[in-house]
Ligand binder design. Structure first.
Ligand code: GLN
Length: 292
């Protein structure tokens, strides 16, 4: 490179947008125009409407940040990781390298929980989130069920720290407990709802993940063992034991694992095992009830 920086304080917003778009096209970033727009909004710290009404406005001191964010995004880092936050179920959550970046499809678990417990929103429910990560599911559920209390467990101390900070930032500290632990070890039931987005990527699929995932989500949150089902084999029998009669378990799955996880739920003595589709129409969640 002949110049140290591609952008400076006098660069217009529209020029910066064009630069980001070109860099992203060259780096094979999917949907480069949209990503350029999102990156500029995040880095310049201006509302999207400002870019529309005043595209000629210079970046000013934000130029360094626009360039830094653009360079990192071009290397595959998701914007949520660059910014350090992610919105989930309308909550703004902190993420760190030690937690899975919560995906919108995981909101399927929250929606299904609302349907399952629709008449019980005023009750003092007990909720358990296995592999709590950033705390996304636990925070969303406790926010939706104002009388619920919850436990979130993660084997990663770093993840547990992030979950604790998110619980606190969401004003849920009084109703949530974050523990470091190996799945259900040491936990006592019964619970009204158990949820989990466990690691479920198979050994073969781990090597073919997009760089946005493989280089930035922690392997511990992805690696589901040889066939991707190891976590379910640990979680399902234990969840069966820890649920009230008639209470539900909801686990995220990859669509191609749904049949295996359904079969496992049936073998573990669950009733009414069924899949729930995400907004893209793919099987995303397996729901099962402890028999009444
Ligand atoms: N959804 C992640 C992916 O994109 C996997 C998350 C998980 O293993 N729980 O592959």
């Amino acid at each position: 490179m002949t110049t140290a920086f591609a952008l400076d304080a006098s660069t217009a917003r529209a020029e910066a947008l064009a630069w980001l778009g070109e860099v992203f096209v060259r780096s094979l970033i999917e949907d480069p125009k949209r990503e350029a727009w999102l990156t500029l909004v995040a880095a310049a710290g201006v509302p999207p409407v400002a870019l529309l009404v005043a595209p000629e406005e210079p970046l000013g001191p934000a130029a360094r940040r626009v360039e830094e964010f653009g360079t990192r995004r071009a290397a595959g880092e998701p914007l949520s990781r660059i910014v350090g936050t992610r919105e989930f179920w309308g909550l703004k959550l902190e993420i760190s390298p030690e937690v899975l970046d919560p995906r919108p499809e995981t909101e399927t678990i929250v929606e299904a929980s609302l349907r399952l417990l629709e008449d019980r929103g005023e009750e003092p429910l007990r909720v358990l989130d296995l592999g709590v990560g950033s705390g996304a599911l636990l925070c969303a559920l406790l926010a939706e069920f104002p009388h619920a209390r919850g436990i979130g467990v993660d084997i990663s101390a770093g993840a547990a720290d992030v979950a604790r900070r998110n619980v606190e930032a969401c004003g849920l500290l009084g109703r949530a407990e974050i523990r470091i632990g190996d799945w259900t070890e040491g936990l006592e039931g019964p619970f009204d709802l158990i949820v989990s987005n466990p690691p479920y990527v198979s050994r073969d699929d781990l090597s073919t993940l997009p760089r946005e995932v493989s280089s930035f989500d922690p392997r511990l949150a992805l690696d589901g063992g040889i066939d991707g089902l190891e976590a379910y084999r640990r979680i399902l029998p234990e969840a069966r034991r820890l649920l009230f009669a008639g209470a539900s378990l909801l686990v995220e799955v990859d669509a191609n694992q749904a049949a295996d996880v359904l079969a496992l739920a049936n073998r573990c003595g669950f009733a009414d095992a069924a899949t729930v589709k995400d907004l893209a129409g793919r099987d995303r969640v397996v729901a099962a009830r402890a028999p009444a």
